[in-house]
Design a protein around this ligand. Structure first.
Ligand code: CTP
Ligand code: MG
Length: 231
């Protein structure tokens, strides 16, 4: 039977947030940011392994005690220059160690999305387990979209019907995802884009705005509020 493996790329530096540590270690509700996604994925029974991909030079991970996740976690210091490279390196390392098989499902989830809930992961698994391709959590766009000219003046209003914002986890079979990432254009920012570049059409599964990506300094406050409510 195919297994469900989570992979958390956590090898970024968080340049846009401008903190003095990589953003996945910024404290939220008293824990490093990555703790929250890890804790959620850990409590999904169908997920058997969680692989955390760190930067080779990471000096932060070992400052905390991760013992409560010990029976599912695998930590690999094989992060690359881009997110796609970190995911690829993680998958290749797991495969070489025979911790993952071609047909296993991999759920790639950003360390910087602490608002993920168990219910969202369960929904993703339920809706994709029998899918031919796989897919991702996403939310339909809420705001009106403007296209700007070079002077930051509105050129036109773009129709927003059928536009979704991609989130994570993004869930694909290991073999397909690795093949896609190896052939992907350099500038991709998620896993689904790599799959799309092969001609496949990933399924959009309804996400939740609480599962937003902490990217800019002001995002920390909102994430803190969401997490405080939870604990
Ligand atoms: N990531 C990674 N390896 C990289 C770049 C990013 O594993 N070389 C991870 C980040 O740690 C994060 C996720 O991919 O969990 C999403 O990336 P992003 O939000 O862009 O994080 P950073 O790259 O760290 O932030 P920034 O782009 O602002 O520098
Ligand atoms: Mg980045």
């Amino acid at each position: 039977m195919a297994e469900f493996i989570a992979l958390i790329p956590a090898a970024g530096s968080g340049s846009r947030i401008g903190e003095d540590m990589p953003k996945q270690y910024c404290l939220l509700a008293g824990k490093p940011m990555i703790y929250h996604a890890l804790n959620t994925l850990y409590r999904v029974d169908r997920i058997t392994t969680i692989c955390v991909v760190l930067a080779p030079e990471d000096i932060w991970w070992t400052r905390y005690d991760w013992g409560e996740f010990a029976d599912k976690i695998q930590v690999i210091n094989c992060g690359g220059v881009t997110r796609a490279e970190s995911v690829t390196n993680g998958l290749k390392t797991l495969r070489a160690a025979k911790h993952i098989q071609d047909q296993d499902w991999v759920l790639v989830h950003d360390a910087a999305r602490p608002g993920l809930s168990i219910a969202l992961v369960e929904r993703l698994l339920d809706q994709l387990v029998a899918d031919e391709v796989g897919g991702l959590l996403a939310v339909p766009l809420a705001d009106t979209l403007k296209r700007a000219n070079d002077m930051d003046r509105v050129e036109c209003t773009e129709p927003r019907e059928q536009l979704w914002q991609a989130q994570t986890p993004q869930m694909f079979r290991t073999k397909l995802l690795l093949e896609a990432l190896e052939k992907a254009p350099e500038n991709i920012t998620d896993d689904a884009s790599a799959i799309e570049a092969l001609g496949y059409s990933p399924k959009l599964v309804m996400g939740d705005t609480n599962n937003f990506k902490v990217t800019y300094p002001q995002d920390l406050k909102l994430a803190e509020l969401i997490l405080q409510e939870r604990y």
